[in-house]
Ligand binder design. Structure first.
Ligand SMILES: [Zn+2]
Length: 240
């Protein structure tokens, strides 16, 4: 006796394969949605690290300048002490000149230190801004994560149900075509089945032959000669 495969079974198999595919891709989409917000957190963190580095460098520079300033101030004091002990007018003038030069150098140095300190303030306020952004970004990321987790739980239990239903339907596939079905399903997934679309395979749009036409009408298994899908009639259609 010829093998008979009900279109209804093939229809159900196709529907379940599609559902399985859809659920799997929705589960996979989750981590991808998270990517953007994870990236944002990483970018802000990197910006903060860079600002902190720049803060450190500027602070070191300011400290060095301050040390120099102090050393020069001590030198000035020292010279001032020596003024009274000057042995000649010439020496006195030399000390005075040295003091004037050092005082001028320190004026410049003070301005520079002031600039460094301003820069430090600026960096600090930038760090505060970035920290605020980071907090928001982390909150956003956690929100996306929670949403994904909640969705994934529902999708996974739905997938489990579909996989069980699919296995139940697959158990009804006639033994004679089971091996072929398993092979095609393994390589093509939902593409292992295709509705007849007019006179064409609904997967690859290869025209079916007269012989395949009559086989379909007789509920004999028909595999598309192009893509290998098992062809079935959509609901409420007949092959004339
Ligand atoms: Zn085809």
């Amino acid at each position: 006796m010829a093998v008979v495969v009900e279109h209804d079974l093939l229809r159900t198999l196709h529907r379940l394969h599609r559902q399985k595919n859809d659920l799997e891709s929705r589960i996979e989409r989750g981590p991808r949605q998270l990517k953007a917000s994870v990236k944002k957190v990483a970018e802000i963190t990197a910006a903060i690290d860079e600002l902190k580095e720049s803060y450190k460098r500027t602070q070191v520079l300011a400290n060095e300048k301050q040390l120099l300033l102090k050393q020069r101030e001590e030198k000035i004091l020292d010279f001032k002490g020596k003024l009274n002990a000057a042995k000649s007018n010439e020496e006195f003038q030399a000390f005075k000149n040295q003091i004037a030069a050092d005082e001028q150098a320190n004026d410049v140095q003070s301005d520079e230190i002031f600039e460094q300190l301003e820069k430090i303030d600026e960096i600090n306020s930038k760090i505060a801004d970035q920290n605020e952004k980071l907090q928001k970004a982390v909150g956003e990321r956690d929100k996306v994560q929670d949403k994904i987790d909640a969705e994934a739980a529902g999708l996974k239990s739905e997938l489990e149900r579909v996989v069980i239903e699919l296995a139940e339907s697959e158990a009804k596939i006639p033994i004679d075509i089971k091996t072929d079905y398993v092979r095609v399903a393994k390589s093509k997934g939902e593409g292992a089945l295709a509705p007849l679309d007019g006179d064409f395979c609904g997967n690859c749009f290869k025209k079916i032959t007269m012989m395949q036409h009559s086989d379909l009408a007789a509920q004999k298994p028909v595999a598309c000669k192009e893509c290998g899908a098992f062809i079935y009639l959509p609901e409420n259609t007949r092959v004339g």
